[in-house]
Design a protein around this ligand. Structure first.
Ligand code: PFF
Length: 453
């Protein structure tokens, strides 16, 4: 194992778990998962998503963390250090990661901005309604206002840029470990309220009773893309976090726990949202606006609604910060380690770049609504290109690198902490999955989704 003792890292085993979970849990669970599940048929989509997470997501996540911890370096230098025969070609994974991180932040920071705005709207009582029309008008007023859209995005970027400049331990770890548990508790409260609404059962049927005829190649591609997005894989993020893992951290068990906890948060969000969708007459396929309309309705229908609603949006804002910090850490590590630029300077440069690339996404419901390259708004384009192209492609390349360049013995050593853990069976299973199953599955889904065949 190559060690660089001066390099910062997560301070405790619990800190590693929480920070990694902080990367996985975010708007993906509360905003993207319900929106995609609603728009792609409900339970059948959930079934495909689960399969993608288990067969592809988990092994890729374990492999990525192992690579990062072995090299103790950023997403570009890792391949330089680990590749036999020179890392020239494989470094492309690092640069693709850099592009993915920037593009994801460009739209993710906008959704986070909506959440921040909703904190204030919730506190002022402006969201206290169970009517779909009122909810849609309130959300529409926010996203079609170019000034508000830009300013909220900048607020998010400024906050996250400040935290990331403070460093891995003090910044990332300190913030995420405090607030995760609270979000979980509040989601459970929401689920209880949602499940006791009249007509709640229709929402549960939608979420858990699959109709397999709804599964198309497009649906499979979206589910696979979500699995990557959810677990922050295919773009060097888990690799970068892996480089901060402690030497005695059990990688497969950490990855499994993160995956299960992340899945629980998504399911809780689904259970909080879909019964309410049917009880109040919302449209399950409403897409990105779904959460912003249904969640306020559920809170409005319970005592103390304003307080809990405000708290919910605060915690969702915090969850989005954990995810954005991990996205920022990918280019941060690349630039600060490769060019020797300070974290503070890199943070400023990154925040400015994301504000620039993100502006067309922020304005895609207002000033730039008519600008539709490839038939999509810029917001949707960034989302599509990252989740459905770059992350799966990054995933394939990482699998190929581990299987055909790095090799089984090194993966075994890394996963077993140099023989300290008796988990060779797991390491071998992960190796087979990343050698054949994951790349072949991703390739088929990717090519089919892109209508290549
Ligand atoms: N996993 C995060 C979420 O689901 O909200 C989003 C994300 C974070 C994606 C980090 C990619 C990433 F590298």
């Amino acid at each position: 194992m190559t060690h660089d003792n001066k390099r910062e890292g997560f301070s405790s085993s619990f800190g590693v778990l929480v920070a990694t979970l902080g990367s996985a849990v975010g708007l993906g669970n509360i905003w993207k998962f319900p929106a995609l599940t609603g728009a792609n048929g409900g339970a059948s989509f959930l079934a495909v998503y689960l399969l993608a997470t288990l067969a592809v997501g988990l092994p890729v996540m374990i492999a990525e963390i192992a690579l990062g911890r072995s090299a103790r370096a950023n997403a570009v230098s890792t391949f330089e250090r680990l590749a036999s025969g020179g890392g020239g070609f494989w470094q492309i994974i690092g640069w693709m990661s850099f592009a993915s991180a920037l593009l994801i932040m460009a739209f993710y920071s906008e959704v986070a901005g909506w959440v921040y705005a909703y904190v204030f709207k919730a506190a002022s009582g402006a969201l206290a309604s169970t009517s779909p029309e009122v909810a849609s008008r309130t959300f529409g007023a926010l996203v079609t206002d170019p000034v508000q859209s830009l300013i909220w995005q900048w607020v998010v970027l400024a906050i996250c840029g400040t935290i990331i400049a403070m460093g891995v331990t003090r910044g990332i770890e300190a913030v995420t470990r405090k607030l995760m548990p609270l979000l979980f508790i509040l989601l459970i409260v929401l689920c209880i309220r949602s499940l006791t609404l009249p007509g709640a059962i229709d929402g549960l049927v939608f979420l858990f009773k699959p109709d397999f005829s709804l599964i198309t190649p497009d649906v499979v591609l979206v589910a696979l893309g979500l699995a990557f997005f959810k677990l922050s894989i295919g773009m060097g993020c888990m690799l970068t976090y892996g480089s901060y893992f402690r030497a005695d951290q059990n990688i497969p068990s950490t990855a499994l726990r993160v995956m299960l906890a992340d899945l629980s948060v998504s399911l809780l969000a689904g259970i909080a949202i879909f019964p309410a969708v049917f009880a109040f007459g919302f449209e399950p396929a409403a897409g990105p606006s779904l959460v912003f309309m249904t969640i306020p309705a559920v809170f409005t229908s319970m005592p103390g609604g304003t307080l809990f609603m405000t708290l919910f949006f605060v915690l969702t804002a915090v969850a989005s910060v954990g995810a954005i910090l991990s996205l920022l850490e990918v280019p941060m590590a690349i630039f600060s380690e490769r060019l020797g630029v300070s974290r503070r300077q890199t943070a400023v440069a990154l925040v400015l770049s994301i504000a620039l690339v993100g502006a067309p996404a922020a304005l895609s419901n207002s000033s730039m609504a008519a600008f539709k390259p490839f038939g999509m708004t810029v917001f949707d384009l960034y989302d599509f290109v990252t989740s459905n192209l770059l992350l799966p492609l990054g995933g394939i390349l990482i699998c190929l690198f581990v299987a055909w360049n790095w090799g089984l013995p090194r993966l075994l050593a890394q996963i077993s902490n140099d023989g300290a853990l008796p988990n060779a069976i797991i390491a071998r299973a992960v190796f087979r999955l990343v050698q054949w199953v994951a790349p072949v599955l991703i390739a088929i889904v990717l090519l089919h989704g892109l209508k290549v065949f």
